[in-house]
Design a protein around this ligand. Structure first.
Ligand SMILES: [Zn+2]
Length: 735
């Protein structure tokens, strides 16, 4: 980038090159973040009232300070000064007095290898940079600073008065209305701001003449250029979706990239109809129809060899039609299985499953979790000339050489189920059904999987055990599910930490790590990372990594599925059989520095130890003082846990002990030994007690070491106590 290179060169050259430089406001306009009209309005206001153009634009509500900061740091590679955290070095600080600093809205930060690093509100104010260089006789490197933080820093380091401080800050405006976040590099060849302004001019005239005719300007050259610009810019930036949304007072264009939406421009409202009409023309949709949703497709050629498809969805909303365009860019599709984010173990399992001659492989997760990508990667790996592969998809997102892909069209009766039925007569080895939603599709898919075909499909469920429950709910008998199923993959996409600005996060409390799901013994080795945010990423993130849970259908699982055990028990068995849960895979990816704690916690859930229902929800009873809980000699077998209060144990009418420790188990001896109760237990004051069914005690101890341990500890404590008391009792008669 030209500006960047010049900035880095010596300051003499800096001065000479001044004329070539563009001011921030012009750059913002050229990138379409503000329109020419907005800039003009801001400049007029600035002439009257003074102040920096950036702040005038912020005040007018055309852009936010964060958007400017992001734009500058990303497009000009000028880092953001974190003045709230960084302090200026004393030798740098004494170079400016407050008056000089204030004049240029700058703060000297440090002298780094003979270069002065200066935090500035407007690092494109080249006149100021030149003056600073002249005054200090040092070459200058800039960082961009937030106004409020700069004012705070002045207060701290120059000890300025409250009045001076207040004068620095603009009068309370509406600058924080929206969270604008800029994204990525400008498309140098497209001057979107210029185009928007020219469309705007033409539209204004046209609209006066022809008020309610919606297609004003739809064929206008500038408008065509604008829509193309929005599309091409999206392709070049690698976004996945474009959102064009009308609101009451303006239109907003947002791009989704790596799962995050960011605003890229606002458009004047009068462009609304023309813009939507232009998109409709491109997508072969009905321009006159504005009251029902429409779906279409746009194909554009972005270079000589590259064609990109957009799936277009238009939805009437309160303030007009809202457009979402999904990029279906084959060039962007990552179909290499080894690059999706599978751990080695998961990859081995996955490969084993897709090499099976027959069976059902399901990929599950919410919309946008990368299911299609995983399936495409599997298909791509299996695509050789000796196998016939058929797919039924909605939409077909990527064309494979040598694979027969069918676009499902419900309106003409070509449903998933109908496509599947005809597939079976086409003699394929491998079948991909886009989604299983209903009994009919599920049934044919399962039958195909049991009769010599490898079948891939997706479901909308949260994890692997829930997927089994869902197919059974749809109406497939459990024995068929267990015999057809080979593998379930549950997945999410987690934002990946930018490798350029990755850093370790210190000081996360152990409690938080335990709550996230790490085990106590892991804590010494748990390292957590984050991205600091830099010029080449989006708030510390760049790209995404798959988060996987693989449930390979082993024999114990097949038995459990056929027996129709509950989801929790199924999960427990699956974990025993080697399933790594989504959360656990996420925790592993955190330690490997691939993603952050925030991402994992936001996208996965920590399963409560998969305890059976009788352990998760035992009865809780409240006892009053003296209430009988266990009677000596009785043969009931329940056992208990004290939650609150205290209990008294008596034997033959004599007090032999107390239970006061919350969490302590009691009454388990009779269940274990199958003997009548050897003591009486009463409430001492008010107490709260959990009741567990005694016939499950054996099972509980066998399966849940944690609980078994607590029970044994309770027992040992009581035996010790009893020993002491007996000893005392024995002592008494002797004295
Ligand atoms: Zn970064």
């Amino acid at each position: 980038m030209a500006v960047q290179d010049e900035r880095k060169s010596s300051f003499k050259k800096t001065i000479q090159d001044d004329t070539k430089r563009e001011k921030l406001a012009d750059l913002l306009r050229r990138d379409g973040r503000i329109t020419g009209r907005q800039l003009k309005e801001a400049e007029d206001l600035q002439k009257k009232k003074g102040g920096w153009i950036g702040h005038v634009l912020i005040k007018l509500g055309y852009i936010t300070e964060d958007a400017i900061l992001n734009f500058v740091s990303r497009n000009m590679s000028i880092p953001v000064a974190e003045l709230a955290k960084e302090n200026p070095a004393p030798d740098a600080l004494k170079l400016f007095d407050f008056a000089f600093a204030k004049t240029h809205m700058a703060l000297p930060m440090e002298i780094d290898a003979g270069t002065l690093v200066v935090a500035m509100v407007d690092p494109t104010n080249f006149a100021a940079i030149e003056e600073i260089a002249n005054k200090t006789k040092l070459p200058v490197k800039t960082k961009i600073a937030r106004l409020k933080e700069l004012a705070d820093a002045y207060k701290k380091h120059y000890s300025i008065s409250d009045e001076d401080y207040k004068a620095l800050l603009p009068v309370e405006g509406e600058e924080d209305k929206a969270d604008h976040k800029a994204s990525d590099k400008p498309e140098a060849s497209i001057d979107l701001g210029e185009i928007i302004s020219s469309v705007e001019d033409e539209l204004e005239i046209a609209e006066e003449e022809d008020d309610d005719e919606g297609m004003v300007g739809a064929g206008d050259a500038a408008l065509i250029q604008l829509v193309n610009g929005i599309l091409v810019k999206a392709v070049n930036q690698g976004v996945s979706d474009i959102h064009i949304e009308p609101y009451e007072k303006m239109m907003r264009v947002r791009y989704r990239k790596d799962g995050t939406l960011t605003q890229v421009m606002t458009l004047p409202l009068q462009m609304k109809n023309a813009l939507t009409s232009r998109i409709k023309i491109m997508a072969n949709l009905n321009i006159a129809e504005k009251r029902v949703p429409q779906d279409g497709r746009i194909k554009i050629k972005v270079s000589k060899t590259r064609v990109v498809d957009f799936r277009v969805s238009i939805l009437p909303t309160l303030f007009g039609e809202s457009t979402v365009m999904r990029l279906l860019d084959p060039g962007k599709l990552q179909v290499d299985l080894t690059k999706l984010g599978f751990s080695q173990d998961a990859l081995d399992k996955f490969n084993l499953a897709i090499e099976a001659p027959q069976g059902l492989v399901l990929v599950t997760g919410p919309t946008g979790s990368g299911k299609t990508n995983t399936l495409y990667s599997a298909i791509n790996a299996l695509n050789t000339e000796d196998v016939k592969i058929l797919t039924a998809e909605d939409p077909v997102e990527f064309n494979f050489q040598g694979i027969n892909q069918v676009l499902v069209r419900n309106e003409v009766g070509l449903t998933f189920a109908a496509a599947l039925k005809s597939f079976l007569r086409q003699d394929p080895e491998i079948i991909l059904v886009g989604e299983i939603r209903d009994m009919e599709t599920a049934e044919i898919a399962i039958k195909a999987a049991m009769t010599g075909h490898l079948v891939f499909s997706t479901l909308h469920t949260n994890d692997c055990p829930a997927t089994v429950a869902r197919i059974i709910d749809i109406g497939i008998p459990p024995y068929m599910v267990s015999s057809a199923l080979i593998l379930i993959v549950a997945q999410r996409l987690l934002r990946r930490i930018c490798t350029k600005c990755k850093r370790q996060v210190e000081g996360i409390p152990h409690k938080a790590l335990l709550e996230a799901g790490y085990l106590k013994e892991e804590l010494p080795n748990v390292k957590i990372y984050e991205g600091a945010g830099c010029g080449s990423c989006n708030n510390g993130y760049k790209g995404r990594v798959g988060n996987f849970e693989l449930m390979a259908c082993t024999d114990p699982l097949k038995i459990a599925i056929t027996a129709r055990v509950g989801e929790d028990v199924l999960r427990k068995i699956a974990i025993k059989e080697g399933m790594i849960t989504l959360r656990r895979d996420g925790l592993n990816k955190m330690v490997e520095g691939m993603t952050t704690m925030e991402e994992v916690i936001a996208n996965t859930v920590l399963q409560k130890e998969a305890l059976p229902a009788y352990l998760l929800n035992p009865d809780e009873l409240i006892f009053e003082d003296g209430d009988l809980i266990i009677r000596e000699g009785n043969t009931d077998k329940n056992f208990y846990q004290l939650l609150q209060g205290g209990l008294i144990i008596t034997k033959n009418g004599r007090v032999v002990g107390e239970i006061t420790q919350p969490g302590e188990y009691f009454g388990e001896m009779s269940s274990l030994m199958n003997q009548p109760r050897t003591a009486t237990v009463r409430s001492k004051g008010k107490s709260v007690v959990k009741v567990y069914p005694g016939d499950k005690l054996r099972e509980t101890i066998d399966n849940y070491p944690d609980i078994a341990f607590t029970i044994v500890r309770s027992l040992m404590t009581r035996i010790n106590e009893a020993d002491k008391r007996l000893a005392r009792l024995g002592d008494r008669p002797a004295t």
